[in-house]
Ligand binder design. Structure first.
Ligand SMILES: Nc1ncnc2c1ncn2[C@@H]1O[C@H](COP(=O)(O)OP(=O)(O)OP(=O)(O)O)[C@@H](O)[C@H]1O
Length: 271
């Protein structure tokens, strides 16, 4: 039997509260979540519910207070070496060109220089930056920087890709282009993807499965939806299909109240 790529079992994460010093805040609790090898799973939920916390747990950056994490059947005890990450924030080193940014991980792994250069150039081409390897991050647009980050992640050929709202800072057209490009790359390589987003449209358009989290504290999955829309998909086109709209309505009916709760909590925190 093949093990899931990611398996969170009964995970809870408790922090020292940021809002009430001296108190504890349980961000997530009773979270069991799997991502199969080659599966694309999105986690959606209200703001502040614990989506990034779960991603950090899967990345091995955060040890849960309770529960277990297995990666391809093996307990995760350190940084998840089989995963690559793409976060919302910029991951490029400003003092390195696009090519040198993509190269960095390979150099760190000790890949011989000529081979590393070739792989870096190959990935720059695949993400549409073939002629831009010599540019520094400040000489690239936001979309180009995201492409370079994508190449930086994928050049290491991870079995798992962890993405935390990777395109939220992009304008809508660039975002759709990037989403389609990610889907195309994913389709050809079929890595396991855990994708965090607060954008339900994006989650449905991209995923095989969408998991909905409740509002915190003690956020946990309250719904799981199989996205039975044919692939390959064009993210803009699928949004106009009847099945997309049905799924959207079904998921939103589960999510709506939680989003309102999350919003109220944010207002209270701000007061
Ligand atoms: N290291 C920490 N210390 C204290 N509290 C934390 C820590 N990390 C996360 N939290 C709290 O846990 C909760 C969940 O945070 P998290 O960033 O995982 O939510 P999110 O769903 O990703 O949020 P958003 O949608 O706004 O990005 C929040 O209330 C946050 O303040």
């Amino acid at each position: 039997m093949q093990h899931p790529a990611i398996e969170l079992q009964d995970v809870a994460c408790t922090f020292i509260s940021k809002d009430a010093p001296g108190q504890r805040y349980t961000a997530v609790e009773n979270v069991s979540l799997t991502v199969g090898a080659g599966e694309f799973v999105s986690v959606v939920g209200p703001t502040g519910c614990g989506k990034s916390t779960l991603l950090n747990v899967a990345a091995g950056l955060l040890t849960p207070s309770k529960g277990s994490v297995r990666i391809f059947g093996e307990p995760l005890t350190d940084i998840n070496a089989r995963a690559g990450y793409m976060f919302q924030t910029e991951s490029l080193m400003p003092w390195r060109t696009a090519r040198d940014n993509v190269l960095a991980g390979l150099q760190f792994r000790g890949v011989p220089e000529a081979e590393a250069q070739q792989q870096a150039d190959d990935w720059l081409r695949r993400v549409g930056l073939g002629g831009f390897g010599d540019r520094y991050p400040h000489q690239m647009s936001g979309g180009m920087r995201k492409r370079a980050s994508l190449a930086q992640t994928l050049v290491l050929d991870p079995d798992i890709i962890l993405m935390d709202e990777p395109f939220s800072a992009l304008d809508i057209q660039t975002r759709q282009l990037m989403e389609n490009e990610v889907l195309e790359l994913w389709q050809s390589k079929k890595k396991a993807v855990l994708f965090i987003t607060h954008d339900l449209d994006e989650a449905i358009a991209m995923s095989d499965r969408v998991v909905v989290l409740s509002a915190g504290p003690a956020s946990h999955p309250i719904g799981e939806f199989h996205i039975d829309i044919d692939r390959p998909r064009d993210v803009a086109e699928v949004k106009a299909t009847p099945r997309f709209m049905e799924l959207h309505a079904a998921i939103w009916s589960v999510m709506r109240e939680e989003v309102l709760k999350g919003y109220q909590q944010q207002l209270l925190k701000a007061a």
